[in-house]
Design a protein around this ligand. Structure first.
Ligand SMILES: Cc1cc2nc3c(=O)[nH]c(=O)nc-3n(C[C@H](O)[C@H](O)[C@H](O)COP(=O)(O)O)c2cc1C
Length: 213
């Protein structure tokens, strides 16, 4: 489908897509999105964000099994609550908003390097500042920016994406993927050619998120 690709067009056309066609994603498109992501800014240009493309059934199955264990444990816990129905509905709702990722043509675990030498870390070690919980802030901002660059490039290529953090809540154990122990997995990302065209979810007016003080 041809589309306009000005900045505003990309921003307004992007939607979270949860249903995809079976069409394979050309490897060149994946590289184009990753190339866009590496152009995102990061503190001291440390570039802490990593995209793990989960292609082997071993890596996908490991995550699915881990999530299923957590889901079933929470369902069991919910049964013993005084009012189990509400908790079970919440679990089932978020399970649906997690499980679809295993049907996406491409699934990424997106992480940040655990050992980043942040400004806060340097100040802390030099004895100039108490730990203020700022150590991971730069990584979280870098992650968001990197994902944004990746996702807008996807729109330009006619692809749909969806960020997922709900699955992390179902994981029974920390999400470790063999060979990537240095990474903290912060979200999953699905990619594929869209098989749905959701309406724009209601957005706040600019005046609601902007003010002069
Ligand atoms: C940090 C983050 C986490 C999200 N986690 C999930 C998720 O676990 N499952 C899901 O289906 N969508 C998830 N989403 C997508 C949001 O539901 C979606 O962005 C929001 O409803 C607005 O819709 P839009 O992206 O089409 O504009 C997430 C989005 C963000 C930014």
């Amino acid at each position: 489908m041809s589309m306009k690709t000005g900045f505003d067009d990309l921003v307004t056309a992007r939607r979270s897509i949860r249903k995809y066609t079976d069409e394979n994603i050309p490897e060149s498109h994946i590289l184009d999105m990753v190339t866009s992501a590496v152009n995102a800014p990061s503190p001291s240009n440390r570039q802490p964000v990593r995209y793990l493309h989960l292609v082997s059934s071993e890596s996908r199955q490991g995550i699915l099994k881990n999530m299923e264990s957590g889901y079933h444990n929470m369902l069991t816990q919910a049964q013993s609550l005084e009012k189990p129905r509400k908790a079970i509905n919440i679990l089932n709702h978020y399970w649906r908003y997690s499980y679809f990722m295993f049907h996406a043509p491409a699934l990424f675990a997106v992480g940040v390097e655990k050992k980043g030498d942040s400004f806060s870390g340097k100040l802390n070690r030099a004895g100039l500042m108490e730990a203020k919980g700022l150590e991971t802030m730069g990584c979280d901002i870098s992650l968001g920016l990197s994902l944004q660059f990746f996702m807008l490039k996807a729109v330009e290529l006619g692809l749909g994406t969806c960020i997922l953090t709900a699955p992390l809540h179902f994981l029974e154990r920390e999400c470790t993927i063999s060979g990537t122990e240095n990474l903290s997995i912060r979200c999953f990302l699905t990619v594929g050619f869209p098989d749905e065209y959701p309406a724009v979810p209601k957005r706040k007016q600019p005046i609601e998120i902007y003010r002069k003080i």
